[in-house]
Every structure is written in C-alpha cells, then in structure tokens.
Design a protein around this ligand. Structure first.
Ligand SMILES: *Cc1c(COP(=O)(O)O)cnc(C)c1O
Length: 451
C-alpha cells in the first residue's frame, strides 16, 4: 500500500478509536484537510460525502460559516474559565435554553464533555439521590440488550453489547441487562407501528422482582443506535415511564445520539410524550464542533443534594473543561439556527425525501432484510437469508467491505455490523442525497456481485 508522509506519521504515533490498528495496513487513515457542507476533502483532493455526520455529531455541515463566526467571536472574549463558583454568559444562556426546550420537569443542567461522562454522571447522581433519600438499597441499574451508553467503565457496565463488554466483564458493575425491543426479529410477531410493546415483559419481570435494589433504568429512547439503528415503539417508553413511577426508579433517557432533531422531534422522548428524570445530551449539541455534554435533571433530584456543606450531600464531580464557553457559545448558535431556519420542519421534509429515495432503490439492492427509518436516520439491514432473517457471519465483515467500496465512490458510510445506515447532516440537499443513496446502492451491489 502506498502511503504518504502524513499517513506514515499517523501510523507511527496514533492509536485510533474503535479500531484494530492492523486493518490500517490495508486501509490507511484518510487524512482530511478540509470540510465544507456535507463534504470532506482529503490531502490528495479526493472528496467524501459525510453520510454519517462524522459519527453522528454534525448537524449543519462542516465549517459552517455562521458557527465559525460565533466561535471566533467567543474566542476573542473568553476561551475557558474554572466552572466551580465561576460561570460564563454562554454557559448560563445554554443552561436556560436547555431547561426550556427539554421535556417538562427537567430543569437543572450539569456540564461535562462527552456522552459517556454524561451517562456516568447520570448513574452517579441517581445512586447518590436515592442514598440521600434514605433508599440505600437502591444501587443497581437496568439497561437493554444492545444498548450503547459509552465506553467508560460505568457506561460500559450498562451497555448491552458483548463485543465491547466481554473483555471487561470481571471489572464491570453488576447490573441487569434485559431483553429490549428487537422489532425486525420480533418474538411476538408484531409490528413496531401497531404493537403494544409486548416485549416489555422482560423489563417488567426483572424490575417488579428486584425494584427494591434498582436505582435507575437507562435507555436510548426510540432508537438503539449502536445496536444497528433499531427503532422501536413509543409504547415501550410509556410503559417504562409508568414502571419507574410505580417503583420509585429514575428513568435516564440517553439522548446523546437522538437529541437535537435526529428523529424528527427535538428530543426522542417527545415521540412518547414522556419526561425522564434524567436526560443526557452530547454529540449533536455543538453541531459537531466541540466536546460538550449535559446531564439534565429534575428539581426533585437536585433538591436531594442541597444542604449545609457539613452534611456532605453535594455532588462532588467535575471535569477540567466543564462549561467550556467556546462549546456553549457554539451550542447556542446551533440552537439559534434551529429556530431561525425552522430546522425541525425541514428535517421532516427531508426525511420523507430520504425514505422515498431509499425505497426506490431498494429493489435494486440484494439481501435487504429491512429498511427502517426515523427522522434523518435511515438503516438498511442486510441479511444472508431474508426468509428466516438470518444475518451474515460477522467474520465476513460484510458491512466493513461495503464501507471500503463506498469510500472509493466518494461516500463515507460506516456500517454497524451489517446495517448500512444514512445519518447525514441536516443541510444535505436533494442532489447530494441522490448521490449518497446511489453510491450506497452501487457499493452494496458491487459487494454482492463479487462475493
Ligand atoms: C455516542 C454515544 C454515547 C457516548 O458518547 P461519547 O461522546 O462517544 O462518549 C452514549 N450514548 C449514546 C446513545 C451514544 O450514541
């Protein structure tokens, strides 16, 4: 493989995330020099349509003029300040806006800088909340099979993914991981559009039996992202909310991936009209610019921490970059764009277009088990056998092989196993959408023609 000087140095010193570095012998790191709109351009001048918003973070395109300006202006005034006992206008305004736009009841905002930490914080807050409310037995968490809540030890403990988890099992927190919705392979033979979340059974059983020791249920509302964009019924969320109320359990909604319009509503919980006790936000919050994450809680939870210092009830957790003014300013500008440009409405119109375009090309794509879509997330699940929904052997790395073909055609897709998905920046136009879908179709066909 021919690699240039920069790539050589990259491989000499960089350990890339979620990668087997040996794979880079075949496919060297693609060094990006420039981004504009939905495109990325590498040092050789090749361009890639960013079909996955650079791991689900970008909302309004790369190097967005409006956000660039807001960022620059903020940097001329204040880049960062300690956040304990100090504050900044961007952080204050962001917290106020977040309290206003999140589902009712969520009112206090705790700052961090990545989704895993936001969830880690949510888990800690829930435990300490119950401890300080004299429910000391409550120290376990419940999560769903297939869940992804981050890579740190606590977040990994509530994950539902053997691939990420198995190695670390001996050092993880003991928690309940129950069967969640798996609508494509529904055990109850129902459809996600009309079901009554019959699969809630598993959750209900575990919780009713163990509620005294359960402090929180954590889940990704409406869609389990890393599990392969598994979309499920809002009825499931309503049932979880009721269950949490019944047994005094905190509901943690991890909206790190689905928040900020991805599913066609500002927050995915809105599909079910529920409010969690704790909501975590990250990824799209700064439109793909800077690492900011939030853990938003109710006044009820916050109050359990509020007392004289000597009672030692404070939440003693911090990050060096908590409340970073640059990130907060960018997040505010992103929220301004939502309002000024009626983005939620636009997302819903573009989602219809995406659905139409993918459905039109599906007949041409072999081995499609299911196409599922919610808002600006569309996923094609490829299967070996459509009849019994049998997937491909993971060792074939079907998704990864298709990813490599698509790169050559100028589209960045990064499949989850054998699920090829589209999650483009919201600013994608019709022509770009055509390009993305057509190249994906060609890549899939090419793979199956040759294998
Ligand atoms: C990405 C993701 C996280 C972790 O966020 P990081 O910023 O990568 O630490 C947590 N939950 C969900 C649902 C995610 O998609």
């Amino acid at each position: 493989m021919d690699i240039n000087e920069l790539q050589r140095k990259d491989l000499e010193h960089i350990w890339h995330p979620c990668s087997q570095m040996k794979d880079y012998e075949d496919l060297a790191p693609i060094v990006i020099k420039k981004g504009y709109g939905v495109f990325l351009e590498d040092i050789n001048g090749s361009t890639y349509l960013d079909g996955i918003s650079s791991w689900w973070v970008n909302l309004f395109g790369h190097s967005n003029k409006r956000i660039n300006k807001a960022l620059y202006n903020q940097s001329e005034n204040l880049e960062h300040v300690i956040f304990a006992n100090f504050s900044s206008e961007p952080a204050i305004k962001l917290a106020e806006k977040i309290a206003n736009i999140t589902p009712s009841g969520l009112n206090k905002v705790f700052f961090s800088d990545n989704g895993s930490s936001a969830n880690e914080i949510a888990l800690k807050i829930s435990y300490q909340y119950h401890k300080q409310s004299k429910k000391t037995k409550k120290k376990k968490y419940v999560s769903l099979k297939g869940a992804y809540h981050g890579g740190t030890i606590g977040a990994l403990s509530v994950g539902g993914f053997d691939l990420y988890k198995d190695t670390f099992k001996p050092i993880l927190l003991d928690s309940f991981n129950v069967d969640g919705p798996d609508c494509y392979r529904c055990k109850y033979d129902k459809s996600r559009d009309t079901c009554n979340a019959e699969c809630f059974e598993s959750m209900e059983k575990t919780v009713s039996k163990n509620h005294e020791e359960i402090t929180a249920i954590i889940l990704e509302p409406m869609l389990q992202g890393a599990a392969g964009m598994r979309i499920y019924s809002p009825n499931y969320l309503k049932k979880v909310r009721n269950l949490c109320d019944k047994y005094d359990i905190n509901l943690i909604a991890d909206e790190v991936a689905v928040g900020f319009g991805r599913t066609g509503k500002m927050f995915a919980c809105e599909h079910a009209n529920i409010s969690p006790d704790i909501m975590t936000l990250g990824k799209g919050i700064t439109a793909g610019y800077l690492p900011i994450a939030l853990t938003v809680v109710t006044d009820k939870i916050y109050s359990a921490f509020y007392d004289d210092y000597t009672k030692l009830k404070g939440f003693l957790h911090s990050h060096s970059y908590s409340g970073n003014p640059l990130g907060c300013r960018v997040a505010l500008e992103s929220l301004n764009i939502f309002k000024d440009e009626d983005i939620i409405n636009k997302i819903n119109n573009k989602a219809k277009l995406l659905r139409k375009k993918v459905l039109n090309s599906l007949s041409d794509i072999p081995n499609v088990g299911e196409y599922r879509q919610i808002g600006m997330i569309g996923a094609i699940e490829l299967v070996e056998d459509k009849e019994n929904k049998k997937g491909f052997d993971w060792k074939k790395r079907v998704g990864y092989e298709i990813y490599k073909i698509a790169l050559k055609k100028g589209v960045l897709l990064r499949p989850l196993g054998n699920v090829i998905y589209f999650m483009p920046p919201y600013i994608i136009n019709e022509k770009e959408m055509d390009f993305m879908v057509t190249k994906a179709k060609e890549s899939i066909k090419e793979y199956f023609n040759n294998n």
